[in-house]
Design a protein around this ligand. Structure first.
Ligand code: GDP
Ligand code: CA
Length: 321
């Protein structure tokens, strides 16, 4: 039977691409399931007095159809007049460009936060602007930011990635503030009550990791009555885009669909997965994954267009009966 409610955990770009396919697939069903996305906040940062939430914005803009597909971040057709002024004033980070339309979102968010709304309420209010077809929930309302441990000390994830392009070797990752964080309202309920839990093809270390690390979330996934199915962000031993390879190396995991599946682990063995989709080029990993207690299947995993993305989502939904 088709699921009535689906909860997806993930980060920014990989998550957004997957959610577009899942929404497309859901709309093709006679009774479209309700989709909730629990989104990583580890990349969030205060900059120029504003709260920036990159993964939530990437997903919101993509589902709204206002994202810059070619560039891979921000709003399509955006300008950078304000950012140029901030550079002159010496405020913010010169290597972290904020588009003018994008800044409108950051001002709105910061204004609502300063009015006393928790982030989850801010996200609910801001996403109501568009018929997204997916309910977005931050993993936590608390400020939990990912820092990268390097030989020169700890850097905010955004500085490591956007300034240094991940060129400083990462020795590890720290979620500052996570031990005292609590899941945002609705997060645990969305996992516990779902008919299906999906882990988007997101960075396993700095996107899925920080979501699962919020106290209570990993346990909710492990104990969910629904099947839990993940999709590999690694295809043929390489990332599709981004820096998951450097992140995996830092935590001692090989950059392969097999190793990432085993890193997330079978629920029957203390991990978070019942099923794991890998790309066709990684079909050889299927028997070993299944021997680890994870139902696996090899299907094309590149999101090329609406139809291929919907087919990927369908394969994820249908993987575990
Ligand atoms: P970020 O927060 O913007 O880095 O995005 P995520 O963490 O959600 O996703 C990043 C991951 O998405 C990267 O590791 C990519 O390899 C993966 N990804 C991007 N495009 C595709 C695709 O077309 N297919 C698959 N399987 N993975 C993809
Ligand atoms: Ca991210």
């Amino acid at each position: 039977m088709a699921p009535r409610t689906i909860t997806v955990l993930g980060g920014g770009v990989g998550n957004a691409r997957f959610l577009l396919g899942l929404r497309e697939y859901a709309r093709s069903l006679p009774e479209p399931p309700e989709i909730t996305a629990v989104v990583n906040v580890g990349d969030d940062i205060w900059l120029a007095g504003l709260r920036i939430t990159p993964d939530l914005d990437t997903v919101m803009y993509a589902l709204a159809g206002v994202n810059d597909v070619a560039r891979g971040w921000g709003r399509v057709g955006d300008t950078e007049r304000v950012s140029a002024e901030l550079k002159e004033w010496g405020v913010g980070w010169p290597w972290f460009t904020l588009g003018d339309l994008d800044l409108g979102a950051h001002i709105t968010r910061t204004s609502l936060l300063r009015d006393g709304l928790p982030l989850s309420a801010v996200v609910a209010r801001m996403t109501a602007r568009w018929p997204l077809g997916v309910r977005l929930v931050p993993s936590t309302d608390d400020e939990v930011e990912t820092y990268v441990v390097t030989d020169d000390g700890e850097l905010h994830f955004q500085e490591w990635w956007t300034r240094h392009r991940a060129a400083l070797p990462a020795r590890g990752f720290v979620s500052r503030g996570v031990s005292s964080a609590v899941p945002a309202p609705g997060v645990l309920e969305a996992i516990e009550s779902a008919d299906l839990v999906l882990l988007a093809p997101s960075n396993p270390v700095v996107s899925l990791g920080p979501v699962l690390e919020v106290p209570g979330v990993r346990d909710a996934v492990r104990q969910a009555s629904a099947p839990v199915v993940g999709l590999s962000p690694i295809i043929g031993g390489a990332v599709v885009r981004g820096m998951a390879d450097q992140c995996l190396t830092a935590v001692g995991v090989e950059t392969s669909a097999l190793a990432v599946g085993q890193y997330l682990g079978a629920r029957s063995a203390g991990g978070v997965l019942d099923g794991w989709l890998v790309d066709e080029v990684d079909a050889a990993a299927v028997p070993e994954l299944e021997a680890s207690g994870i139902t696996a299947r090899a299907v094309p995993l590149w999101f090329r267009d609406a139809a291929s993305s919907a087919a990927i989502a369908r394969a994820a939904v249908e993987l575990v009966g």
